[in-house]
Design a protein around this ligand. Structure first.
Ligand code: ASP
Length: 363
């Protein structure tokens, strides 16, 4: 079996920083000198290259155009490398992982995204461990020589998680990410234990049908290997409900010029106030062809519209169920689908299926 070749793509964030001893400021270091910074890499008996994608940025500055650049960097190196490790700031890592999981049709190689809470140039860094284990996972293959995790995932502090199921939960501890509604794809201890029956090996019929529709919309031919779907539309808003929210606030968001989709962050299992003005705004959004999706402020569990009277009225107003998906996933999935000229009905249908293992649709 030929030994694997791995490409590290550095996009920015804390992991690639070193402290300037004179000014004490954190500065990005040159990843082409990675070997000098992380001599442990020599112990891998396979080839590792590292590139920096544009100017390294704090992930709070990421935009969908950066996601598109990352997807194309993976695609243009896809034939040469067997796995990819994407280094990224933690703040918006879950959004990047979610969007990439939708963009990469036919992905058959690992894309492991990681970062760190402390710069790799600091003594107590968590960056080295995250980087080294991510490389090992990106290179891992089964007895038949196939990659064990051909998915977009996030590795952080001993856990490998499906990327579009993750949320950043900690700005201090090393355990920065959680996947509340989906089990880990692997756990790293003395050995790396893979949860193989949860890892996506082949696309489902629903996912294949979704990509066939998107290809038809954009006139892309079908072919073997990786296809990058790089369109998006960011005319999306999030409205977090709270007791006492004022009508003028909801109205201002609903009347945002160009708005195409609104995500409601509701209470508990998807409940919202029953005020007449509120329901009438939702009906009006529906009439105007604006997609409204119900996600819960609870991280764990699923939205169940119709379980209480307070969510039945949302259902009647045409609000879609976000089920157990993360907020990061719903925002990026909407941007992705809206960018592909789908009709409102098509978007409604595609929001209710799993494209890349991002949601468990109930009922
Ligand atoms: N603000 C940084 C970023 O997201 C934090 C980190 O790298 O973890 O880029």
């Amino acid at each position: 079996m030929k030994s694997p070749e791995i490409l590290i793509i550095y996009t920015g964030g804390t992991i690639g920083m070193v402290e300037n001893h004179a000014s004490h400021a954190l500065e990005a270091f040159d990843w082409s000198h990675l070997q000098a910074r992380v001599p442990e890499l020599e112990q891998f008996h396979f080839h590792i290259d590292a590139i920096t994608l544009g100017d390294p940025i704090d992930s709070s500055d990421m935009t969908p155009d950066d996601w598109v650049r990352m997807a194309h960097a993976i695609a243009s190196n896809y034939a040469r490398y067997d796995g990819f490790v994407l280094l990224h700031g933690t703040d918006t890592m879950a959004y990047t992982a979610s969007f990439l999981s939708f963009m990469l049709e036919g992905l058959a190689k690992p894309v492991v995204i990681t970062g760190s809470q402390l710069p790799i140039g600091q003594l107590r860094t968590d960056g080295k461990e995250n980087l080294l284990t991510s490389i090992e996972i990106a290179a891992a293959r089964d007895a038949e020589g196939l990659p064990i995790v051909p998915e977009v995932c996030i590795f952080f502090e001993n856990e490998l998680m499906r990327g579009n199921r993750t949320t950043k939960i900690n700005s201090e501890g090393f355990n920065a990410f959680r996947s509340y509604n989906f089990p880990p794809l692997a756990k790293a201890g003395i050995h790396i234990e893979y949860n193989t029956h949860e890892i996506i090996q082949h696309p489902t019929p629903a996912s294949s049908a979704c990509y066939a529709l998107l290809r038809e919309k954009t006139g892309r031919p079908q072919h073997e290997g990786l296809i990058v779907h790089d369109r998006y539309d960011n005319h999306v808003a999030i409205l977090t409900l709270f007791p006492g929210i004022d009508e003028s606030v909801v109205r201002a968001v609903a009347e945002t010029p160009g708005l195409r989709a609104l995500i409601l962050q509701t209470f508990g299992s998807g409940n919202a106030p029953q005020k007449e003005w509120f329901i009438s705004i939702l009906h009006d959004l529906n009439r105007r062809g604006i997609i409204v999706v119900n996600t819960s402020q609870c991280e764990r569990g699923t939205v169940e519209m119709g379980r209480y009277e307070t969510s039945l009225q949302l259902l009647r107003a045409g609000v879609l169920n976000g089920y157990d998906s993360t907020l990061e996933c719903v925002v990026t999935k909407l941007m992705f689908l809206l960018g592909h000229d789908c009709t409102q009905e098509e978007i409604r249908q595609l929001m209710s299926i799993s494209i890349a293992g991002e949601v468990n649709v109930r009922g």
